[in-house]
Write a protein that binds this ligand. Structure first.
Ligand code: PEP
Ligand code: MG
Length: 863
């Protein structure tokens, strides 16, 4: 359209024409948005007023922006206050980007439904491009949809140039006339961030924008985005030096614009001096410490062995967004409530991750950005709209997340495209809360599963499906996911480089985690050569032969060469474990982790369910003893139906026995269930995470009350030695307990002050640290003095390299992962107890865990 040319807009609806000034909404009546005409509709299908392109279709489907010839932009807004309907009553017939012809159906609406919730159906047809065009003729009376003319628009020549150059003038700094949602317009503000408006600054901008009662948009080169939407902001693709303009309307518009401009100028929380000068791709999240890379290195992803073993198989990525979900929803209200409940849980989880990041600023920033993405109004509105249209909450959420993901992934800018992964990540996290554990993704048997992180229940489920190995970016060697992997005999590498997530799914890989946890490095070898594969297959075969030999002798007792008998029991979590443990030579169960039966459920198991579970385990054990530990959750084992207060340091907070004090009904019901089970070999109750004698006394009292009420015979009661205070006061505890079980996983964590789930500290969390060995020695001595029974149930007991030093410290009972039993027994049979004592004396005098490992290395160790 040339200056002076005209464009005719047909009526998009039938009905009486109403002057825009009479619309009962000042935003339209005062022409804040632009000049236009309103129709009081008698028809219910909105038609295109001219040939155009759909440049925006609001997520709530009540408004659409069309771009016609000559840069004419038209907003059609159906009804007043209809955005709050979140799409209810609207059906879009087109999508963003569609070319439409005059008279083509754009949106259908159900007038009756709209009028139940909205004050008016008045529909506004507004000319947004008021700076380059104007309404030169307007109709009055009645409009006939697709037939009668509503208005004529003419392009106008601006003083000093062709209108086609108007936007160029604005970019050069000339103030731009008001346009959609205008109230207050800022001057141009330059993005000072060296990487532009990437996820973290965008998240800061969006969350600040959300604190104002104003509609705020950010414009860049003729495009605009909702300032409250991180995804929208990222989609702008604002690189370093981009010139933005803020446009706001609403009661706090002026304050909002002033504050946001100041914030953008200051770098949106980024340290501008520390940042590199040139833009470059973002580090994948979360950013690991860089590792030296050579061409060959690109195939080798190093990490820490959390469960030893070797696996060869195809790479399979765990993607929570791939979980199967029902498309149809039950009921709008139910699905909306489900969505918001899941978002609340996800928010809580992310806040805990931010808090747990501590000084890892980079990681804390990433999770903060995820928090902001989670609350993205565009994604949430899209989800709500789909729910209102009958979709289930998980389906609607996944579609909304995926469409944001696709928008971002399309970006030419690698930095922004990389942010698409963050959207997927946070979307998947929320989807996990929406679907629960049972609907999760299945993997083909024999796969090496790679993931950013794995939960304990995922490990169990995936191992059940036949996963041959696990590799994750996050996670520690004594995390519960690692413990379970060990007990299931599935090798697990943690602390892999985040480059792992880019590994090609389906390609063959070798997971070499042959060293015991902490004893060396583990490697995931991608794209192995034929020669490498042959080498690994040979090693796999040799391991198999050795394993068969050890299993054949598993039922025999474990006695050292000089005749010291060592009891080898099993750590288990289920009746299946118990049966397998018996097959592999367990002399009993030294640790039943009861928490596993509390996970992945909507509510705690009933007393009857628990009794039945304990009974099944007891029956599998026959005459063998059973140590049942009371519920040990909290810390790295949250329970979804038992919301625990968000804590800055969850591992130092309400966990283990402390939860029993907070939720006494859960503890009492569990104790009653334990007392009701008949255990032929005798059952003992074990208390987790005890730090002080008063906690023991309280629990003892509760057990005694329940025992009396049930009329059961006395039960042996023991404490886990997991907190240094218990080891240090072991002589005092010995006077009040029947037995000790040393939990070296937590004992190491609390002695060395290293979070057991911390990926960066995984390699330094070694229970063979001399400080931990001294605490074990102190406990064993106190137990002996008071003639109390003592065993070790932490992961170090399953480490064949560690067995000698543990025996040398005087330990005669090891409770080990089911899978490790045959090998541990075989190792004991190789040892001489006197040599072990000498070794232990030397070990406790060393300075570091590495020195102890060196002392125990195959060349140096006894046996
Ligand atoms: C331990 O802390 O060593 C232990 C056995 O308990 P868990 O690993 O279950 O915390
Ligand atoms: Mg523990």
């Amino acid at each position: 359209m040339h200056p002076g040319d005209t464009l005719t807009l047909l009526a998009p609806l039938s009905g009486p024409i109403v002057p825009i000034e009479s619309v009962p909404d000042p935003v339209f009546a005062d022409k804040v948005v632009g000049d236009g005409i309103s129709i009081d509709p008698t028809s219910q299908t909105l038609l295109a007023p001219c040939d155009a392109t759909v440049t925006q279709l609001h997520a709530a489907r009540h408004a659409i922006i069309l771009s016609a010839a000559g840069g004419v932009e038209i907003l059609i807004h159906v009804g007043i206050d209809t955005v709050g309907l979140k799409g209810e009553g609207f059906t879009a017939r087109v999508k963003q980007g569609d070319r439409v012809s005059a008279g083509q159906a754009l949106i259908e609406f159900d007038a009756d439904r709209l009028l139940r919730k909205a004050p008016s159906l008045l529909t506004q047809v507004i000319l947004l491009s008021g700076d380059t065009s104007a309404i030169v003729e307007r109709a009055s009376g009645a409009a006939s949809a697709g037939v009668s003319r509503l208005m004529t628009v003419s392009s106008r020549r601006k003083a000093g140039g062709d209108p086609a150059h108007a936007s160029g003038a604005a970019e050069a700094g000339a103030p731009r006339p008001p346009r959609a949602t205008v109230g207050v317009t800022s001057a141009l503000v330059t993005v000072p961030n060296p990487h532009g408006l990437h996820a973290r600054p965008a998240a800061v901008l969006a969350s600040e924008a959300r604190s104002f009662a104003a509609d705020i948009s950010v414009e860049l080169a003729g495009r605009n985005a909702n300032a409250k939407s991180v995804v929208g902001l990222l989609n702008l693709g604002a690189g370093p030096g981009a010139e933005l303009r803020l446009v706001a309307s609403g009661s706090e518009a002026a304050r909002a614009v002033a504050r946001l401009v100041e914030l953008i100028r200051s770098g949106l929380g980024e340290d501008l001096s520390a940042a590199p000068a040139a833009p470059g791709p973002a580090a994948p999240s979360p950013a690991p410490a860089p590792r030296a890379a050579t061409a060959d290195d690109a195939r080798r992803l190093h990490g820490v062995s959390a469960a030893p073993g070797l696996a060869i198989g195809p790479v399979c990525k765990i993607d929570p967004l791939a979980a199967p979900v029902e498309e149809r929803g039950l009921d709008t209200e139910v699905e909306l409530a489900r969505l918001h409940r899941a978002l609340t849980h996800t928010r809580h989880e992310l806040k805990q991750l931010v808090a747990a990041s501590g000084k890892r600023v980079e990681q804390a920033q990433i999770f903060s950005a995820h928090l902001s993405m989670l609350d993205d109004p565009e994604v949430i509105t899209r989800t709500e709209v789909a729910i209102v249209e009958g979709k289930s909450a998980p389906f609607a959420w996944r579609e909304a997340v995926m469409s944001s993901y696709r928008e971002l992934a399309r970006q030419w800018n690698p930095l922004l495209a990389a942010r698409a992964n963050d959207v997927r990540d946070v979307g998947g996290r929320a989807l996990r809360h929406l679907v629960g554990g049972d609907d999760a993704q299945a993997v083909p048997a024999g796969s090496i599963v790679v993931a950013e992180t794995l939960t304990p229940s995922e490990v169990v489920r995936l191992a059940d499906q036949g996963a041959a190995g696990f590799v994750s970016v996050l996670g520690g060697t004594t995390s519960h996911a690692a413990i379970l992997a060990r007990s299931l005999g599935v090798p697990y590498l943690v602390d892999a480089s985040a480059a792992l997530l880019a590994a090609e799914a389906g390609g063959t890989a070798v997971l070499d985690a042959l060293d015991a946890p902490n004893a060396g490095e583990a490697v995931l070898l991608l794209r192995p050569t034929e020669a490498e594969l042959d080498g690994y297959r040979a090693r796999l075969g040799a391991r198999q032969v050795l394993r068969e030999r050890q299993e054949a002798a598993a039922a025999e007792r474990a006695v050292t060469r000089d005749g010291v008998r060592v009891a080898v029991l099993a750590n288990i979590a289920s009746a299946d474990d118990a049966r397998k443990a018996v097959r592999l030579g367990a002399e009993g169960v030294g640790l039943l982790r009861t928490e596993l039966m509390f996970f992945d459920r909507a509510a705690a198991p009933t007393e009857a369910e628990q009794t039945a579970a304990y009974q099944e385990i007891a029956d599998a054990l026959g005459e063998r003893p059973l140590v049942i530990r009371t519920l040990d959750v909290g810390g790295d084992k949250p329970l979804s139906y038992m919301p625990l207060p968000a804590e800055d340091n969850p591992l130092l907070g309400i966990r283990g026995l402390r939860i029993g004090a907070l939720h006494p009904t859960i503890l009492r019901s569990q104790l009653r269930a334990i007392l009701s089970a008949r255990v032929a070999g005798g059952h003992r109750v074990l208390l987790p995470m005890v730090a002080g004698i008063e906690e023991l006394r309280e629990a003892k009292q509760v057990l005694e009350e329940e025992r009396r009420r049930a009329g059961s015979p006395p039960v042996e009661l023991g404490v886990m030695v997991e907190v240094p205070s218990v080891a240090i006061q072991a002589d005092r505890f010995a006077a009040e307990v029947d037995f000790f079980s040393i939990g070296t996983n937590d004992l190491t964590q609390y002695t060395l002050a290293m979070d057991r789930t911390h990926p960066r500290l995984a390699s330094r969390q070694d229970a063979l640290h001399p400080a931990v060995l001294r605490l074990i020695a102190a406990t064993v001595q106190a137990a002996r003095k008071h003639e109390r029974h003592v065993g070790i149930c932490g992961a170090v007991a399953s480490d064949p390299d560690a067995v000698a030093v543990l025996l040398g410290l005087g330990v005669t009972e090891l409770s080990v992962s089911v899978q490790a039993m045959p090998e541990v027994k075989a190792r004991i049979r190789e040892l001489d107890a006197e040599e072990c004592r000498e070794l232990a004396r030397a070990a406790v005098d060393l300075g570091t865990a590495a020195e102890v490992r060196a002392l125990l290395s195959p060349g140096a160790r006894p046996g």
